[in-house]
Design a protein around this ligand. Sequence first.
Ligand code: SF4
Length: 433
Amino acid sequence: MGSKSLLKVARSAELLRAVWNSKETNRDSMDVTLSDLVASAPGPKQQEVLVELVRPGLVVIQPTPFCNIDCSYCYLNNRSDTSRMSSSTLRAVARFLLGVPIGEKPLSIVWHAGEPMVVPVTFYEEAFRSFAPGDGSSPFRHHFQTNGTLIDDSWCSLFKKWSVCVGVSIDGPKQLHDKYRVDRFGRGTFDRVMKGIDALRAHGLRFSVLTVITRETLDMADELWEFFKDLGASHVGFNVEENEGAHRHSSLASGEFSAKLRRFFARMAELHQKNPNIRVRELEDMRRHLTAPCGSVVTRSNNRPGAILNIDSHGNFTTFSPELLGLDDSRYGRFTWGNVHHNDWSSLARHRGFLKAHAEISAGIELCRRSCQYFAVCGGGNPSNKLAECGTFVSTETLYCQLHVQAVADAVMEQMEREMAAPTASLQVASGT
Ligand code: SF4
């Protein structure tokens, strides 16, 4: 069996890691057989059952559930609710966060779960001041994930003053973007987003881009890449149109789209290789996972207890996937396991709702570990997708896995296989069969 066909057989992430790591450490002479690889791949690792809270690495704060636009794939149930966080809740959030054990400083705070810029600039001036201790050395870094339609000079001044990281949601060229990202009158929002991006550029502010992949995106990888280049984005992240929350019917919900997604990401990987100046979150993360030491398992912050803290506009808090915030589920009840006015961070671990969710999320991760060949590079999935698609956390594969995790893993593995099999590579793989 030649190297190419052997590499095709070695489809699981762990086997590919074994090949890759062997190539990296032993370039000059190598004689690897498939049975060697199978024998050297470590057996399933005992999943550690986490009963203690992980130190938070991310905080998502909802200044308001309201959004000024109305994307047709939006998962937010309460996006017409115009309530906003009060000053007293803001101060309580600040007190609460100063009592949280921070892992790595600065701790990232993302203002999201509604459109963060429908509340005024003065709200954030007050927020950022109350989150900074007197000596001016803030333990937090602020991020906005915004639809971009409201960015103007006054927002840019705020971003500059407080070194805010800005992520703009835009789905590509106008015809792609305006199909789904519409306002409350059904009108496309592309021109307004571009005006906001022009303001960022005029102020010399860097920004990242978040793009939702829909059915129409799949044949437009090249156009999309050109668009990102012209836009001047430093980082690009992709989400897929999911069945989640208020959105139950993804345009990608049919078997044919997994293969199309894989081709889309494969093309993105080629384009990225030619022009690595634009960083692509999915490709970089997956390559890092695939080249990690054999036996390592990706940990996913949205299924680890405490790793992400989500705080709503009333001060209620929860952990795990931010998309759970505000949900009221027949099996798990409301995903609010404390309130910043009355509880501290550690009380989370004693809440019955949290304990039930944690036990079932852990059981779902264990099922994934036993059944899925992508587990090592996935870490057992996003609880909010499992709940939305399967009705329980004790579940495994979802549409989201197929379209996002598995399609990206396949595309990146193919790229790595090509790199290893290239004639110039010194890797020589001999078959033992
Ligand atoms: S969530 Fe999906 S891709 Fe991830 S390990 Fe579970 S089944 Fe596999």
